[in-house]
Design a protein. Structure first.
Length: 262
């Protein structure tokens, strides 16, 4: 299964108000300027409620769907927010926290360096960034549709945060390595990395609040900043170990020695 097709817990559907207009998928696309694939991805990622299904391939949508999709697009284009941040904002994941913990997180965020949080004031031209890394325009558009890269502006004037250009460079490396369309590889396959990262951040937040919540922000912020590289290195270690363990323990046939065919 394509990683982008792994469904999150579906958001509950809200009944349409009496007399509210009912929209088919093509109408929803026309009203929001989004593609069918992008809308389905937002549903799969838990950002948008499913439509009122009347058949296997038929569903009705309403004004609430249009408003939510317009909000998602606005947050991406005007505030340069990635999908992870938009999901947290829409779900209001921190709303249930005590005011003291909300305040601590706000103070920590204010003390973290720009390099960590991202400097959305620095932008680069989208077309130039795609050309610089040799990324096909179609791939770039799909990365935008999926919310992996945030852009604002129209046409040739579209721009993205400078730190988002890094993903374009990484995607170019995937393509160069051989992860090509003829092998079924698309930007959608990057969704698994986002899902793992979001789960890790949710765990890190719980650890920070449960075990270091007694620290003042002046101590917690530098602790977090120094711990992040260690988190990244530890994750790489366990990923490499898991790959090695898989090949060491898998029930695989014994390969022939290269000189055996002579």
């Amino acid at each position: 299964m394509n990683p982008s097709q792994r469904r999150r817990t579906p958001r509950p559907r809200k009944p349409a108000a009496a007399g509210a207009p009912r929209l088919r998928m093509k109408d929803l696309c026309a009203a929001t300027g989004l593609s069918r694939q992008a809308i389905h991805f937002y549903i799969q990622q838990g950002l948008l409620a499913e439509g009122d299904k009347t058949g296997r391939n038929m569903a009705w949508y309403g004004p609430a769907h249009v408003e939510r999709l317009q909000l998602i697009r606005r947050l991406q284009e005007e505030r340069f927010l990635p999908l992870a941040a938009i999901r947290a904002m829409l779900a209001d994941d921190t709303a249930a926290l005590p005011p003291s913990q909300q305040g601590l997180l706000a103070e920590i965020a204010a003390r973290l360096p720009t390099e960590l949080l991202g400097d959305h004031g620095r932008t680069v031209n989208l077309a130039e960034a795609l050309a610089r890394h040799g990324v096909e325009p179609a791939d770039g558009e799909r990365l935008i549709e999926l919310g992996f890269v945030a852009v604002r502006g129209e046409g040739a004037a579209r721009e993205l945060p400078a730190e988002h250009e890094r993903l374009l460079g990484l995607w170019a490396q995937w393509r160069t390595l051989g992860f090509t369309p003829d092998r079924g590889f698309a930007p959608d396959d990057l969704a698994i990395f986002l899902e793992v990262a979001e789960r890790l951040v949710a765990h890190e937040t719980r650890v920070l609040l449960d075990r270091f919540g007694d620290l003042p922000a002046s101590a917690a912020a530098p602790l977090l900043e120094r711990a992040l590289p260690l988190v990244h290195a530890t994750f790489i270690h366990f990923h490499q170990t898991a790959v090695a363990r898989f090949f060491a323990t898998a029930d695989l046939p014994t390969p022939r020695r290269p000189d055996a065919a002579r």
